[in-house]
Every structure is written in structure tokens, then in C-alpha cells.
Design a protein around this ligand. Structure first.
Ligand SMILES: [Zn+2]
Length: 186
């Protein structure tokens, strides 16, 4: 992996591809600011799903849907390094153990704060819930708008991409899926 200094120098090179004067005041500290912001934007690489989802509680027999909806997230498209932002809806039906509700948001963050595509975030969040909670079913629906489509290429400002991963009863049973969709829309 590149060192911090190498990364800052690389940003400086990229800036000089865009602007003739990288020594002007406004650009002088830009390489260090960019790397600082990347440390935050890509902090998901330092997190491990097993650690995020490890604190579970006795579900005390609860066997309905647990849904956290409208989890806003910011991610970065790995093809263009453009941001994409949107909302994730994450649901599961516990068998025995329930997880702290904020962990559902944290697992979305863990995957969003990496170089990504929307399909992979959707699938990986569902995989993690399946692996670490062994639920009766789990579901992840993500709606996002993509910077790489808004400010370049086809330039569509209002297009929203939706992806979904349905596992267990949400995949097998139409009733479970329609109850979930009802809860998300309410
Ligand atoms: Zn893109």
C-alpha cells in the first residue's frame, strides 16, 4: 500500500493535470485535505463485519420483522471515483438473537465507506446479516443516485437506482416480502 506521503504526491500530480498552478493558495493544502477526507470516506476498510454484529441480545421470542429504514449513506463509485448517495432499508426476522438496532446502520456504513458499486453493498450487507445473525430471513433494499451519471455521461439528475437482496423467508414467501414492502412504504 502507498504511504501517506506518496498518496499526497499523487494527488498533487493529478491536480497539475487539471490546473497549471498547483502552488496557488487554494490548492496548496488540497492534497493533504483530500487524503484526510479519504481516510474518513474509506474508513470501512478498517472495520470487520463480525465485530459490528457481535453484540446480540436474547430476542425473547420476538419473531416478527425488524426493519431499519431510510439509513442514509454516502459511498464512492469504484469506476469513476464519483460519490453515490441514497437510503438503505435493512430488515431481518430473528430466530433467537436480536442485534442492537444501530448495528444495522453501522454495517451499511462499513460497506458504503469503501470503493464500491451499489449491487455489492446490497449483497454484502445481506450476506453479513445471514452469516452473523442466522435470521429466518433478511432483506436489503438500496435506493441511490449516482454522481457519475449526474455530472457526466448521460447526465440524468433524477434517476434513482434500486437494488435488493432477499434471503430466507423474504425470498421464499410472497407474504413476508409484501409485509416488508408495506412497512417500508408506510
Ligand atoms: Zn460510476
Amino acid at each position: 500500500m502507498a504511504s501517506r506521503e506518496e498518496a499526497e504526491n499523487a494527488i498533487k500530480t493529478l491536480l497539475s493535470y487539471i490546473d497549471d498552478d498547483v502552488t496557488r493558495e487554494g490548492l496548496l493544502d488540497t492534497p493533504s485535505r483530500v487524503i484526510n477526507s479519504w481516510d474518513e470516506i474509506f474508513s470501512g476498510y478498517n472495520q470487520i463485519p463480525a465485530e459490528v454484529l457481535d453484540s446480540t441480545f436474547n430476542g425473547e421470542g420476538y419473531n416478527g420483522i425488524v426493519l431499519l429504514r431510510n439509513i442514509e449513506f454516502h459511498s464512492t463509485c469504484e469506476h469513476h471515483l464519483q460519490p453515490f448517495t441514497g437510503s438503505a432499508h435493512v430488515a431481518y426476522i430473528p430466530t433467537d438473537r436480536i442485534v442492537g438496532i444501530s448495528k444495522l446502520a453501522r454495517i451499511v456504513e462499513l460497506h458504503a465507506r469503501r470503493l464500491q458499486n451499489q449491487e455489492r453493498i446490497t449483497k454484502d450487507v445481506a450476506d453479513d446479516l445471514e452469516t452473523h445473525l442466522s435470521p429466518l430471513g433478511c432483506a436489503v433494499i438500496i435506493e441511490a443516485s449516482h454522481g457519475c451519471m449526474q455530472c457526466r455521461g448521460v447526465k440524468k439528475q433524477n434517476a434513482i437506482m434500486t437494488t435488493s437482496a432477499m434471503r430466507g423467508v423474504f425470498f421464499d414467501k410472497a407474504e413476508a416480502r409484501s409485509e416488508l414492502m408495506q412497512l417500508i412504504r408506510d
